[in-house]
Design a binder for this molecule. Structure first.
Ligand code: ATP
Ligand code: MG
Length: 601
């Protein structure tokens, strides 16, 4: 394997994770445990996409129990990057190292920390000759980020290596909306073979982005103006896999020890001996998708037809199809999943505990998809048979190709393959049109789901958060204490709550739950928030998901003597004004998990 010249301190991903935390702890940061991959209460995304994501309430001004300087390693999934998976640096699942200042230090110190960690021989010792950065160029809304520019200059970064870029690259904030926002500065490393070009060119993919420091310093107001924020925050994110590869002098994230056991397992199921050349894009996709799937499943998701379960299903199925292309016959995903668990059990010990059920679900999904494919292929044969023998342009119509995809799960690439075996072609443009039409129809519901951003904390959302607590408790009282939250998603219009329960709720049970929630609303309890240790919270009988989230200190919201739940908020102050609670829908998400959608009228 080619190694390019580098001067960094060679280390494993586990070492890098530890070093990052240690460095920032040394600078007065408290260590947080990363949050789960499935966000608790954010309607805008299916998965945690960045380290800042679980910290949104604190970036908006709520005091954090652990203080103003925080550091962690956060598991992230970016479905928006799936198209790019296979290149050297984009993974579906990756780990983001991050440090935060909540109204404490700002730009200068943040850049000083980044620079020291990257270049000091005591830490990463990366070569300044291969480093470049970008800063916000300024526009009509906000000025050139001179402070960031000067900070980098003072550390000896030459002017040609400091790109001044516009909002599209160096600005963070909810697009088009009001709220906190600001410029950022990004750090890049030259991964080409020879010396780095004198001038930094952000469009050259050999300059790989490794770290991003965001400076929240403005508030975008209703009239579109940008006013200075009272609490200025720093939010940073560094890619663990990218930096590990660079420190090891590897060409891509896939060449690090994080992926080697996964490729070894793949070689094994293919019955080939280890190859030491670069892995093909197909091999990379299988490894990436299995890795992402295992992490998603370790956080409690099982394959299904909507939301996170659907993304998981697509990842597993895509991996299966790629496996087919690689010549694997029969089931092969479980041994690869085992290698993922093996590779990560040191950093994520909880993975072991979930391992057996993960393998079981993967096996089930694989068998089910094999059957689906079989049906899809039969359906394909029917489409072919329907085209008369004498037709000269033998084309599977876009509409049929889409139907095979949508109804029978037959991916376009497979339809194209099958068609060409028979001397047919597929109207790919027509397929795309049908697909687009379908997407437009479903876009409303899915708007923004894959994008990051600040959660909506309007009054309506707070009211629905509070109603969710009432619902959770009412479900436990009506259905039994086995009911546990599996997910929650709140918009300004409705709440959605997923919970464990083995059967469909009867109309009587639904009516009972509604009546119980409305009775508590009528009592107009105050909503009381207390901060306590995790142990105290558990001892007080509080329910709720992510008990470990704040590294020991938790917030417990009580609603009269009816509900007591660990949560990050925001909530209504009293329940009297919530309105009338109504369940609009009860459905299955996956085996053993039900979903309720409800509104306040
Ligand atoms: P890029 O432009 O390379 O896609 P980005 O601008 O999307 O990166 P950020 O959102 O700023 O990245 O995320 C912070 C850091 O997380 C990046 O500097 C990078 O090191 C890492 N990162 C982002 N996306 C991925 C990914 N898909 N796979 C691996 N690491 C990633
Ligand atoms: Mg990106």
């Amino acid at each position: 394997m080619f190694r390019y010249a580098f001067r960094g301190v060679c280390m494993t991903a586990n070492e890098l994770r530890r070093k990052y935390i240690e460095f920032f702890k040394g600078k007065g940061h408290a260590e947080l445990r990363g949050a789960p991959l499935v966000p608790e209460n954010d309607p805008t995304v299916l998965f945690t996409t960045a380290g800042m994501h679980p910290l949104v309430p604190y970036l908006l001004g709520e005091p954090h129990p652990l203080g103003k300087r925080l550091v962690d390693c956060q598991k992230c999934v970016r479905t928006g990057d799936i198209e790019e998976v296979g290149d050297a640096v984009h993974l579906t699942f990756f780990e983001m190292l991050g440090n935060w200042s909540l109204g404490d230090y700002f730009k200068r110190e943040a850049i000083d920390f980044s620079f020291e960690f990257l270049t000091s021989g005591e830490w990463l010792g990366l070569d300044l000759e291969r480093l470049a950065v970008s800063v916000f160029a300024g526009d009509d809304d906000a000025p050139f980020d001179e402070e960031a520019f000067e900070a980098w200059r003072s550390h000896g970064v030459p002017e040609e290596r400091i790109a001044r870029l516009g909002k599209r690259h160096n600005w963070w904030g909810p697009a088009g909306k009001t709220g906190p926002c600001g410029p950022d500065t990004e750090m890049f490393y030259w991964t080409g073979k020879g010396a780095a070009p004198k001038e930094f060119d952000p469009d050259n993919p050999l300059w790989v982005e490794i770290w991003n420091d965001v400076f929240m310093q403005y508030n975008k107001t209703d009239d579109g103006s940008f006013e200075p924020l009272k609490q200025r925050n720093v939010d940073t994110g560094m890619g663990l896999e990218r930096v590990t590869a660079i420190l090891q002098g590897k060409e891509s994230c896939y060449d690090t020890e994080l992926f080697q056991p996964i490729f070894a397992a793949l070689d094994d199921v293919r019955g080939i001996s280890a190859s030491d050349g670069a892995r093909t894009s197909e091999e990379r996709v299988v490894a990436d998708h299995l890795r992402a799937s295992v992490f998603i499943m370790a956080d409690g998701v099982v394959p299904g037809n909507v939301d996170q379960p659907y993304v998981l299903r697509r990842l597993l199925r895509h991996a299966m199809l790629k496996g087919r292309n690689l010549g694997v016959s029969g089931a092969f995903l479980v041994p690869i999943a085992r290698s993922v668990v093996g590779a990560y059990s040191e950093a994520y010990p909880e993975m072991e505990a979930a391992a057996d059920s993960i393998y079981e679900e993967i096996e089930r999904e694989e068998a089910q998809f094999a059957r689906t494919l079989e049906k899809g292929v039969k359906e394909f044969e029917k489409c072919v048979a329907a085209i008369p023998e004498h037709v000269r342009n033998k084309v599977i119509s876009g509409r049929n190709a889409f139907k095979l995809f949508d109804t029978y799960g037959l991916p376009l690439e497979l339809t194209v393959d099958l068609a060409s075996e028979k001397g047919f072609s597929v109207d790919v443009e027509g397929f795309k049109k049908a697909y687009k039409k379908h997407q437009e129809k479903s876009r409303e519901g899915a708007a923004g789901k894959f994008k990051g951003g600040l959660a909506d904390d309007s009054e309506k959302t707070s009211a629905l958060h509070t109603a969710t607590h009432l619902l959770h408790e009412a479900l436990r009282r009506v259905l039994g204490p086995h009911v546990a939250q599996k997910g929650s998603n709140i918009t300004a219009e409705r709440l959605r709550f997923d919970f464990s329960h083995p059967a469909k709720m009867t109309p009587e049970e639904i009516a009972q739950v509604e009546a119980m929630v409305n009775a508590e609303i009528a009592k107009d309890h105050a909503v009381v928030c207390e901060e306590m240790s995790k142990e105290e919270a558990l001892a007080s009988g509080a329910i709720g998901l992510f008990v470990d989230k704040y590294g020991g200190r938790v917030k417990v919201y009580s609603i009269g003597d009816f509900s007591k739940e660990i949560c990050g908020g925001p909530h209504a102050e009293r329940v009297g004004g919530l309105g009338r609670f109504k369940i609009k829908k009860e459905e299955s998400v996956s085996r053993g998990v039900r979903r309720v959608k409800a509104v306040l009228e």
